[in-house]
Design a protein around this ligand. Structure first.
Ligand code: BGC
Ligand code: BGC
Length: 776
């Protein structure tokens, strides 16, 4: 900071002062002071300009242990309550201010149009009007109310409307994908949230990873400059997204004049910032970036810093709320979050009036979401993905089970907690099954099918088991988006969409139970902010018909939500029909820079099978011979580079809990016809193999098929990304049973080699010529 006079720092998802997950408010403030002091240091003759520190406080101050975690936006949309949302933003700002930070990368005003998108839960609604109705209040809550002259006071932080523009409209719901729509459509669907966010005074806008009609947003001068700044009058600054500039043609991690020229004022450079700084200076000196553009960017950043009071607020620790750890998870904030949980719940079914439950009875609480605060909180919670935590990391929080236990205990009833659903007591009077999606964020959350547990409906089986015993079952579904769950809905007596409620699980029991005196203090008020599909192939499904959607026959239309006065039972919902919704154009992806769930990537020594798992595919751990690092193909860090050192045979392979059935891609693979699918690999040879590289498929004990890749790799130009297609017939001929691939792909060699892998998939025949063919 001192040497480079950086304008800003960020901590990404899951990054904390000193790398300490348990950092306290005082630790954050100390780090903020250190950055501030360095930024104000003029000993080298530089100018003192206070740094601005930004963080992803996207559902509360969600990187800070003990902070209040509010429902993710998908739940807030269901509340339809702009005033509540404004107060949540105020509470979040207070908690951020207590740690000495100045800026949050929120709100996300994305309009998620395809539920397969891994960020759908960061969107308030598929409906632009609802997003617009909530975006303004969120910004007012975070920054303070400009109209009343209170903006950006000591309890406020700078807001970011993100990700500009079209992030929620990508094809097939692919994260960082391409949004294909005309300009009027872009404005009508994806624009309204920005109108109200800017009207409320949002000081920063984050450029989006996605493309609009094949042009990356970080390089789109028309939309960033002509539209956002000139036409919409935005006079704050545009911040880039995490390495988002690297997606612009001609750019790299450490250099991107095109993004600056297009109108990005501050670039988010997580790793290569020193080189980026030097390159940018050189580009201004050479005229590649004009002095005028640089001045404009600097002026905008300074304007925001002046408006945010950073020149007057002084050292972070001297600010009124700084270090006041009592604001982190303050009881008032928790009460507000609990209210938000109550208002976000959407009741989809209540047959026989099973709800509200009687708290004086015996209640079984089952399901793996019952007592799991990480699961009920979703991604962007203490870690980027929201994984690798346990209840102990959430001091002061309440799991859904704990909330039920408190409500029932108080009324004199009894609660049995049993995630598996087994119990050895007498029959409970009712069961609550809490289940749903495990946490994810961004790309790893993308799914090819919105079918829930298509491969193994374990939660359905649990509900059915309890029902078979004659127990009335209330299903509480934790999810970031609607999923195709008609079988689960049919199996249960009542079904509640609880979204990702966050730290205050007590809000669920508030609504599920009547009071001990029989009254119902809280009814369901939540209404769907996303159309709920009937079938897995009903994507996208939206309330309006833009983009050729199928909104008309949604299972539960936009705005649906029962209350206790709706006493009608619902008829069984259709379960059959429709495919699993996978898109044939895409084949079956096995690996896209990381293993596609439920597959995981393993690496290790073929000799002793002492393998190391990288769930997701990041850091190699001790003991295994291969070096694996992230590299970029089309998007930042969307590929892995694997180095075989050559002293021992090294394997990388994909494996899941269940075998992959590739038979659909291999019609004819066992016969001698050309009518077969392919294993398609997008790779780059970074160091020529010194020995044969083998591809192998394993299909159970004694069943495996090995194909040498030498011939096909010979044709790959070194250092260039290339897609090679290997006939599935090669594996069938070599003995693979394609319908049960326990290891759908394993690559190994005993030699030295370095390969980068971006994509591995199974493709149907259509249009794919095999580079390696084993059929006549
Ligand atoms: C996300 C942004 C986030 C940023 C910083 C990016 O990957 O797209 O929403 O603000 O990282 O963590
Ligand atoms: C960071 C996130 C960031 C993401 C981008 C992660 O390592 O923790 O903040 O959004 O990378 O891909």
């Amino acid at each position: 900071m001192k040497t480079f006079h950086l304008g800003s720092v960020l901590n990404g998802g899951g990054s904390y002062p000193g790398g300490n997950k348990n950092a306290q408010a005082a630790d954050w403030v100390a780090a903020a002071d250190a950055f501030y002091d360095a930024s104000m240091d003029t000993s080298d003759g530089g100018v003192a300009i206070p740094v601005i520190w930004g963080t992803d406080a996207v559902h509360g101050h969600s990187n800070v242990m003990g902070a209040t975690l509010f429902p993710h936006n998908v739940g807030l949309g269901a509340t339809r309550n702009p005033d509540l949302v404004r107060r949540i933003a105020e509470a979040t700002a207070r908690e951020v201010a207590a740690t000495g930070l100045d800026w949050t990368f929120a709100p996300t005003v994305a309009v998620a149009r395809d539920d397969r998108w891994g960020r759908a839960y960061e969107s308030y609604s598929e409906d632009p009007a609802l997003v617009a109705a909530l975006a303004g209040p969120i910004v007012s809550g975070l920054q303070g109310d400009g109209a009343s002259g209170d903006a950006l006071g000591p309890a406020n932080v700078v807001a970011t409307a993100k990700h500009f523009i079209g992030d929620g409209g990508t094809e097939l719901g692919r994260d960082q994908g391409n949004t294909v729509i005309d300009e009027a459509g872009l404005r009508a669907v994806h624009g309204p949230g920005y109108e109200t966010a800017l009207a409320a005074g949002a000081q920063t806008v984050m450029a989006s990873y996605n493309s609009w009609n094949n042009q990356r947003m970080h390089g789109n001068r028309y939309l960033l400059t002509d539209v956002l700044k000139d036409r919409m009058g935005f006079d704050g600054f545009v911040i880039g997204d995490w390495n988002g500039h690297t997606l612009v043609p001609g750019c790299a991690n450490a250099s991107c004049p095109a993004a600056i020229n297009a109108g990005v004022d501050m670039i988010m450079v997580p790793t290569d910032w020193k080189a980026f700084y030097g390159n940018t200076l050189a580009q201004v000196r050479s005229g590649e970036i004009s002095q005028e553009r640089l001045d404009d960017a600097v002026r905008r950043i300074l304007r925001v810093k002046v408006r945010a009071g950073l020149f007057e607020k002084g050292r972070p620790s001297s600010r009124p709320l700084a270090g006041k750890s009592e604001w982190i998870g303050h009881p008032d904030h928790r009460a507000l979050a609990r209210k938000a949980v109550r208002e976000s719940l959407v009741l989809l079914k209540n047959n026989g009036g099973v709800l509200p439950l009687d708290p004086t009875k015996t209640i079984l609480v089952a399901g793996d979401g019952a007592d799991d605060i990480a699961k009920q909180s979703g991604g962007w919670t203490l870690t980027w993905q929201g994984t690798d935590t346990e209840n102990a990391y959430f001091p002061g929080a309440t799991s859904i089970y704990a909330g039920i236990d408190a409500a029932v205990g108080k009324a004199g009833g009894q609660v049995i907690l049993s995630p598996s659903g087994d119990f050895d007591t007498s029959l409970p009077d009712a069961a609550i099954v809490v289940f749903g999606e495990d946490p994810y964020a961004e790309m790893p959350g993308d799914v090819w099918s919105i079918d829930y547990q298509a491969d193994n409906r374990a939660d359905l089986a649990l509900i059915q088991r309890l029902k078979a015993k004659g127990i009335p079952v209330v299903a509480v579904f934790l999810t970031g988006r609607p999923r195709a769950v008609n079988p689960e809905i049919n199996a249960a007596d009542a079904f509640v969409a609880a979204w990702l409620p966050g730290s205050e699980g007590g809000g669920v029991a508030d609504v599920l139970f009547r009071a001990a005196d029989g009254s119902t203090p809280y009814d369901f008020t939540g209404k769907l902010a996303f159309s709920w599909p009937a079938r897995a192939d009903q994507v996208p499904v939206n309330t309006d018909s833009r983009g050729g959607s199928l909104g008309v026959d949604a299972q539960f239309p936009y705005g649906f939500g029962l209350t206790y006065s709706d006493r009608t039972d619902s008829a069984p919902l259709p379960e059959a029909g429709g495919s699993d919704g996978r898109d044939d154009r895409a084949g079956l992806p096995l690996f896209r820079g990381r293993a596609m769930p439920p597959l995981e990537l393993y690496a290790g020594n073929g000799g002793d099978w002492d393998v190391t798992v990288f769930s997701g595919g990041i850091e190699p751990e001790g003991g295994q011979p291969l070096k694996v690092v992230e590299v970029s193909h089309r998007r930042p860090d969307d590929a892995l580079q694997i180095t075989w050192p050559g002293d021992t045979e090294g394997h990388v392979f994909l494996q899941g809990l269940l075998p992959v059935d590739a038979s659909a891609f291999a019609a004819g693979a066992t016969s001698d016809t050309k009518d077969t699918g392919v294993l398609s690999l997008t790779l780059r040879i970074d160091e020529q193999p010194t020995a044969e590289i083998f591809a192998r498929m394993d299909c159970g004990t004694g069943c495996s098929a090995t194909v040498p890749l030498g011939k096909v790799l010979e044709g790959v130009p070194p250092g260039e990304w290339t897609t090679v297609n290997v006939d599935l017939g090669c594996f069938a001929k070599a003995g693979a049973r394609l319908d049960r691939l326990e290891t759908p792909i394993r690559l190994y060699t005993g030699g030295r080699a370095t390969l980068s892998l971006a994509d591995i998939r199974l493709e149907p025949t259509a249009g794919k010529a095999a580079d390696l063919s084993c059929v006549k």
